[in-house]
Design a protein around this ligand. Structure first.
Ligand SMILES: [Zn+2]
Length: 359
């Protein structure tokens, strides 16, 4: 139905000040405004709409809840985020991005682990995790800090291309090998030098109970994966908080809600490699943020921790992602030629990231 037809407007000669007061819409009587009756109808519709907008609950809702809601919309219809979020939320007893944001506000250096290998695209590194790690680095640098990003050996140049595109010049990238002792040595050398006060894992493989790493389709990727999740987990025992962002249940931090992963995620309790366990990660963290796409969880935490810097940061999202793809990153669902994250085109990721800004 045309909404215009629902209005009954008196003929012009019947419109007077009393009508104006009764409807509470016109600032002055219509005959004094110089508008035609049809223009007045349009003004009434627009003003009525504005009045409704002002009463829209979006202006009054809790911002921390709003951010969690935006990052847990199931954009790629994977079907697990509502279960993983419910479990993580119950564990945290507060909105998740806001809890992570409390830790992110630390000054100085932050150590970041990211990079999930996608076997069906030749073992290339996926974009989820990399995009937000690079933008976190920029966000930290704009606030006077910096990051050290740890990835598998061989993926350093991909991350550096993203950092260059974003303009995050202070952040360094370190490649880690698969051997635990060797990885630990490299990590500790960097930690001695940079002295990070916070550890962050985003879309980083998490070992299961038997120390095996799996991808989301239940395949064993242990021989291709550095155990940086377990090294980061040890840091929280040394009074260095460790916050983790994941979306599938097989990432660092998911040990906090392992029961939910085993129950609701395909291969969660039984993998395909025959190790006797599932893909559910055993690695815990001090804070776990579960989102529909891991990058979105970290965006949400940054948006709450420092909205103004976040606003500056996300304008770099699209060029940063394009640079990561040109250097070899892939979309885990759509491959190397369509810049995006977990099957969602980068323009849509950028739109969601912009939704997280305060209104
Ligand atoms: Zn297995």
């Amino acid at each position: 139905m045309n909404p215009v037809s629902t209005f009954t407007t008196p003929p012009p000669d019947k419109i007077n000040r009393r009508t104006t007061v009764k409807h509470g819409v016109f600032a002055t009587a219509p005959h004094q405004t110089g508008h035609t009756p049809i223009q007045n109808i349009h003004r009434r519709i627009n003003l009525k709409h504005l009045k409704q907008t002002t009463n829209n609950p979006i202006y009054t809702l809790n911002r921390e809840e709003f951010v969690d809601k935006v990052v847990t919309v199931d954009y790629n219809a994977r079907g697990v985020v509502r279960h993983l979020y419910a479990a993580a939320r119950q564990h945290a007893q507060q909105p998740l991005c806001a809890k992570a944001a409390e830790f992110l506000r630390v000054p100085g250096c932050v150590a970041v682990a990211t990079g999930f290998r996608i076997t069906r695209y030749g073992g290339a590194v996926e974009s989820d995790g990399l995009v937000s790690s690079v933008l976190l680095s920029l966000w930290l640098e704009l606030r006077g800090g910096e990051a050290v990003i740890f990835v598998e050996k061989g993926f350093e140049e991909v991350v550096k291309a993203g950092l260059d595109a974003a303009g995050a010049g202070k952040t360094i990238v370190k490649g880690l090998p698969q051997a635990y002792g060797e990885a630990a040595q490299i990590l500790f050398n960097v930690l001695d030098q940079k002295k990070p006060s916070l550890f962050v894992a985003v879309e980083r493989p998490g070992a299961n109970e038997y120390g095996r790493y799996h991808n989301s389709v239940g395949e064993d990727i242990t021989s291709l994966t550095s155990p940086v999740d377990r090294l980061f987990e040890r840091m929280s025992g040394w009074k260095r908080p460790f916050i983790a962002f994941g979306d599938g249940g097989n990432e660092a931090g998911m040990g906090l809600i392992k029961h939910a992963v085993e129950k609701h995620v395909p291969y969660g309790s039984t993998c395909r490699c025959g190790c006797g366990e599932g893909i559910a990660a055993e690695t815990t963290a001090d804070v776990l943020v579960t989102a529909s796409i891991s990058d979105l969880g970290l965006f949400g935490a940054m948006a709450i921790a420092d909205p103004q810097t976040y606003r500056q940061t996300i304008d770099h999202l699209i060029p940063t992602t394009r640079a990561l793809f040109e250097a070899g990153a892939v979309d885990a669902y759509r491959g190397p030629s369509k810049p995006g994250v977990d099957g969602v085109p980068i323009e849509a990721i950028s739109a969601v990231a912009h939704l997280l800004q305060p209104i």
